[in-house]
Design a protein around this ligand. Structure first.
Ligand code: ATP
Ligand code: MG
Length: 473
């Protein structure tokens, strides 16, 4: 027993001394549970009245006798021999299963007695709860497995689209780096797939069955960063969780830690991070160093070399992280991959947008291929999602794409088939809507303008433009 334990016991003893005897007695002697206390020889020191239900007819007479003589089937003496507590075992008493616990009483490492407790609370309820817990545990196991499979398939290299040499060599680096444990630094503009690549490295490595822990260095306030990364011991600082907290590094033990937006890591924390990576040892606030086994994958869209020159990023940390470098190209340099990516997202998004969209028109594809994509692959994915929502047929048309893409396309090819086709289609659609409305209004132009929500003179202009002179009726 440690000094701290001893202190705690003497504090508790003080508290118990202050409790009225009557209260203490009713805790030991209540109708819901039966308590027996024996000394190291098995001599009964206390036995609650409810032992009558278990076949002891004269409780007063039992005190001072050996438990083996009073309750020959009791297993309390076994605890005296083994010193091991037996918690929540079931016994059959009074026609029912009951829960029983037997606990040794120790002092200075010696067994000085034991407590036996029989709980009369209906164990059937506990059994029911046990069933529910087992069922839930089974479900958790099942979902964990499914989640793992989903992750594994989502983050396999097969789901990294691209055949441009720069993407192929980045994918090759993923395969290479998944076989070793050295730190990886992934760089690239926003939306180029840094997180996707980090997951792929982890899920292809031997660490795949252990956690992948992401730390976003830019979103954690500077003051909390240290405790987030390294954790803290109970009572490390005021306002902290009294139980202490595990840091992200501890959570990533045996797995990978993904330090996202590493360029935003405060300068003050950089030496501690460097030490953690080098020594594979972390120090909780207020605690002792702890050896861990983690793999570091870092990512940033900032230029760390420039930051080193500007002295906002430590050179030694940069070298330590940049053992394997994966540099992801912006989408504007992957023109030949846009088609594959667009179809990949089309299929992937069908799970959320269940439409029977089979194709992308030539014009729409040309427009996608010629956009500058400042938001890179993420922007392309979002664009496909919006286009699928807009699309009402089986083919994504240029008119389903967001306006900025149409504008870009018109600017790019002022007289191309795409822009003419677009105008043409818009005109066709407008003409057909006006004709249908005139049918509904039986040729009444004022009513048709009202239905369309436009001014009568506006309708007149359109009729003239589309050459609708005759009353369709
Ligand atoms: N080559 C690719 N093939 C398929 N999907 C990709 C590819 N690159 C990126 N994506 C997808 O694009 C989206 C953005 O990728 P991700 O979040 O990994 O980018 P990021 O570089 O981490 O961006 P940020 O710097 O903004 O955090 C994700 O949905 C990702 O799955
Ligand atoms: Mg990211």
């Amino acid at each position: 027993m440690t000094q701290a334990d001893e202190n705690q016991i003497s504090e508790q003893k003080l508290l118990i001394d202050r409790l009225p005897n009557k209260l203490l007695f009713s805790i030991l002697d209540n109708p819901h549970e039966s308590t027996v206390i024996v000394d190291s020889q098995g001599k009964i020191l206390f036995m609650s009245k409810s032992y009558k239900k278990i076949g002891v007819t004269d409780i007063n007479n039992a005190i001072g006798k050996n438990i083996r003589d009073v309750l020959p089937h009791s297993k309390v003496y076994r605890v005296l021999e083994t010193g091991r507590a037996e918690i929540a075992k079931t016994i059959f008493v009074d026609g029912k299963d009951r829960l029983v616990s037997r606990v040794p009483i120790l002092s200075n490492g010696k067994i000085i007695g034991a407590i036996g407790k029989v709980i009369f609370w209906e164990p059937e309820k506990i059994k029911e709860m046990e069933k529910v817990i087992n069922l839930l545990q089974g479900k958790i196991k099942h979902y964990k497995k499914r989640l793992k499979n989903i992750y594994r398939s989502r983050y396999s290299v097969d789901n990294i689209i691209g055949r441009t040499p720069s993407i192929l060599s980045a994918k090759e680096m993923v395969e290479k780096s998944s076989r070793i444990n050295s730190p990886v630094l992934i760089t690239g503009e926003s939306g180029t797939g840094k997180e996707l690549f980090a997951h792929a490295i982890h899920h292809m490595s031997q660490r795949k069955d252990f956690p992948f822990v992401r730390v976003n260095c830019s979103s954690i306030p500077k003051e909390l960063m240290e405790s987030e990364l390294f954790g803290y011991e109970p009572g490390a600082f005021t306002g902290a969780n009294p139980k202490g907290q595990k840091g992200k590094f501890s959570k990533a033990d045996k797995g990978s830690i993904f330090l996202d937006e590493i360029g935003d890591l405060p300068m003050e924390l950089q030496p501690k991070l460097l030490r953690a990576i080098q020594e594979k040892e972390i120090e909780r606030l207020g605690g002792r160093p702890e050896k861990l086994d983690f793999r570091v994958i870092a990512a940033t869209n900032r230029n760390l070399e420039n930051m080193v020159l500007e002295k906002t990023f430590r050179l030694d940390l940069y070298y330590r992280l940049n053992v394997i470098n994966i540099s992801l190209p912006p989408l504007r340099l992957l023109k030949n991959d846009i088609k594959d990516m667009a179809f990949f997202f089309l299929n992937e998004l069908k799970k959320d947008i269940p439409k029977d969209i089979k194709n992308i028109s030539e014009e729409a594809m040309a427009s996608l291929e010629n956009h500058h994509w400042p938001g890179n692959v993420r922007e392309l994915r979002n664009t496909m999602e919006r286009a699928m929502i807009n699309c009402e047929g089986k083919i994504i048309e240029i008119t389903d794409l967001p306006v900025f893409l149409l504008e870009a396309s018109l600017k790019h090819f002022p007289e191309t088939k795409s822009s003419l086709l677009f105008r043409d289609q818009m005109a066709k659609a407008e003409k057909s809507i006006i004709n249908n409305t005139l049918k509904i209004s039986k040729g009444n132009r004022t009513l048709a303008a009202q239905i369309l929500g436009i001014h009568r003179t506006g309708l007149q202009k359109k009729l003239k433009k589309y050459g609708i002179t005759q009353n369709p009726f």
